[in-house]
Design a protein around this ligand. Structure first.
Ligand code: WT7
Length: 659
């Protein structure tokens, strides 16, 4: 189990906040949903699929699990995701409803109605089709947070062309490997975006990615003009988004696809060096995204202003910026930039300005704001907020209480939502208006979801016990596999405990049977709610010429949850050089920049420690647990299984010195 000191107080937390009668009376969620789903889980999901989505051809079968672990939900139904997210709202007379309030980092704004979205998505679909993209072709989207990012995703969905969004903070190398794995035909990007008060270029990374080997599948690059900065151009390949859309027809007939048609691939870090392309399909994914968005956030589409602060580069942006909210006809805010530009009250200023009523963000952001001080949010009127959400990592009770008191005015319910890129949508969370919330716990599987905490033998642990989080029954928005690698899908999630899904998280049940998430139990780190693989960063480090060996651990960090700490053995004379103060600084910079180039700035180690040896077992496995002790300044634990037990002394002695 991960040792994370900020989590220790989770286990003694006993506070509980029952819903107010006023909130409960108006809540979308009802306690009866649990009973209904328990009585007939499949009928429950079929009802949601019919209530929340518009089908071109209705489905007759709910779940086909005969090819487990690859599920087929609503398989004989047909529909289109973009039609459900946009057109049907316009057809229902809601064309004038604001879909997106956009606020750029420099302060420029745009208001986009559902009718505007319908025109833009249709034109974009026509433009993308004109570039040769057909149903089934993959499109990589590498964009900042813009209205065009949402339009681009929906345009692909409209064509039945699975999108693969790559977070704008990933490097050219990371982008290339994803383009290559997905064999994308088209890349959609921008000249740049605004970040911390300045334009930050994106297109050069695409150019670099396409120069390298493996990206030959790409025929065109569609470029959104955002910053107006100088942009290198490859004639015949590159096309400006505005030009392509201008000449495109504003009408487009959606491509009706089967429910199991791939909607998107999203790459995420696993325990090996190679990112996994998580595959999501259409009908089941949209059903659960819409159901959870409506009930976990208590969305009232006519009156709420919803804001999820996630980037579209992550699954949260897919399910809770694009598909969930738009399927439900919500009005939402999209903000391009960082929370502290031009000042540390920017988020709270936006909430006041747009009267945001539902806020969904990550614990790391909450802890950062705590650090900046509560006098900053106190300057703004946050009284519009009525539901607060948290996602991405365990939220410590202290941050939870601060969120509730300072941001939620001591009354807005907090929903701590546990899920993963693989699950596609929220799985474990309180339901506002129903559940009495507990600071630090995601608590209960949603209606229609079956989760458990089990021991090494897959036995359910009793209340009060701890173990591994598993999902015991298939769910509509579950991944359908890893792109191009069915075996890895089976291995990673279904081999640890045959027949049940292994999530990779440690968890505990309290005396009421509520679930508390404790962090990853594999070699996956969680830094600011972003998933990073220790192995991937180790591979990046050893690909640098001066590094002989590397070991990476996630060390507990007060703000970011975990921080990347790397231990490296340097080659030959580089080790001596690193022993001097200047040399050490130089090595640190070179290696941190190298990781940024290989993966992206988010993966840069916070600290790099040069060591003479790494602690290994007799079979050669690195004992990261011991390195974590060093990184977290603890007394080093039991080292008796090491091949050479003096290694830890050597490491500790070296670290006390100049390096
Ligand atoms: C991992 C999934 C889900 C969207 C963002 C992250 C951790 C996520 C919680 C939570 C405790 C959480 C888990 C999970 N996680 N939400 N509410 N409490 N841990 O998606 O990158 O696929 O990461 O994030 O460790 O396995 P992801």
């Amino acid at each position: 189990m991960p040792e994370n000191s900020s989590l220790e107080n989770l286990l003694t937390e006993t506070r509980s906040f029952p819903p107010s009668p006023e909130f409960a009376a108006q809540a979308n969620a009802k306690a009866a949903m649990y009973d209904e789903a328990r009585a007939d889980r499949l009928a429950f999901w079929a009802e949601q699929a019919n209530d929340l989505l518009t089908w071109k051809t209705p489905f007759t079968q709910t779940l086909d699990w005969s090819d487990a672990p690859v599920a087929r939900w609503f398989a004989d139904g047909t529909l289109n995701a973009a039609y459900n997210a946009v057109d049907r709202h316009v057809e229902a007379g809601l064309g004038d409803r604001v879909a997106i309030h956009f606020e750029g980092e420099p302060g420029d704004t745009r208001t986009v109605t559902y009718a505007d979205l319908q025109r833009d998505v249709s034109r974009a679909a026509n433009a993308i089709a004109a570039l040769g993209v057909e149903s089934g072709d993959r499109v990589v989207i590498y964009l900042p947070m813009l209205v065009e990012s949402v339009v681009a995703m929906l345009a692909c969905a409209r064509l039945g062309a699975p999108h693969s969004v790559v977070f704008g903070g990933f490097s050219a190398d990371a982008l290339r490997s994803r383009i290559a794995d997905a064999e994308a035909k088209l890349v959609i990007t921008a000249d740049g975006g605004y970040r911390r008060g300045a334009p930050s270029a994106l297109k050069p990374a695409v150019d670099e990615a396409l120069e390298g080997e493996g990206a030959e599948s790409v025929q065109h690059v569609l470029v959104v003009r955002r910053t107006g900065q100088d942009t290198a151009w490859t004639e015949g390949r590159d096309v400006w988004w505005d030009d392509a859309l201008e000449s495109a027809d504003v009408r487009h007939e959606p491509v009706w696809v089967e429910a199991e048609h791939p909607l998107y691939i999203l790459y995420t870090s696993g325990t090996t060096g190679k990112p996994k392309g998580i595959l999501h399909t259409t009908g089941g994914y949209l059903t659960q995204a819409a159901f959870t968005h409506k009930n976990v956030f208590d969305l009232k589409a006519e009156t709420d202003v919803y804001w999820c602060t996630a980037d579209i580069g992550w699954v949260t942006g897919h399910s809770y910026v694009v598909y969930g909210p738009l399927i439900n006809g919500a009005t939402q805010l999209i903000y391009e930039g960082t929370p502290d530009t031009p000042h540390r009250g920017r988020w709270w200023e936006l909430i006041e300005k747009y009267k945001v009523s539902i806020l969904y963000t990550a614990p790391t952001a909450i802890r950062t704001c705590m650090k900046w001080g509560e006098d900053i949010p106190a300057k703004f009127d946050l009284s519009s907020l009525r539901v607060l959400g948290s996602v991405g990592e365990p939220i410590n009770p202290e941050a939870w209480m601060w969120y509730r008191r300072v941001i939620g005015g001591d009354k807005a319910p907090i929903v701590d939502t546990w899920w993963q890129t693989e699950t596609g949508a929220i799985m474990i969370s309180p339901l506002p208006g129903v559940t009495a919330t507990k600071p630090g716990s995601a608590q209960v599987p949603l209606p229609g979801i079956v989760a458990d905490v089990v021991d090494d033998e897959a036995h359910s642990v009793p209340d009060g016990g701890g173990g591994y989080l598993v999902l015991s029954e298939p769910w509509p928005s579950m991944l359908r596999g890893i792109w191009g690698d069915l075996e890895r899908y089976k291995d990673t999630y279904w081999s640890r405990f045959p027949g049940i899904y292994f999530a990779g998280d440690g968890a505990k049940k309290d005396d009421d049977g509520d679930i508390w998430l404790l962090g990853r139990v594999d070699d996956v780190m969680n830094v600011s709610g972003h998933r990073l693989s220790t192995t991937e960063i180790e591979s990046a480090l050893v690909s640098h010429e001066i590094v002989a060996e590397a070991a990476v651990v996630g060390a507990a960090d007060e703000t970011t949850g975990q921080a990347v700490v790397a231990f490296v053995i340097l080659r030959g004379e580089h080790a001596d050089k690193a022993a001097t103060e200047d040399g050490s600084a130089e090595v640190q910079t070179a290696l941190r920049n190298h990781v940024a180039k290989e993966i992206g700035p988010i993966a840069k180690p916070r600290r790099i420690l040069v060591v003479p040896e790494l602690p290994k077992t007799r079979s050669g496995k690195i004992m990261r647990r011991l390195l974590r002790d060093v990184a977290e300044n603890r007394t080093v634990g039991d080292a008796t299984t090491l091949a050479d037990s003096s290694v830890m002394d050597l490491i500790s002695a070296g670290l006390a010195g100049p390096a």
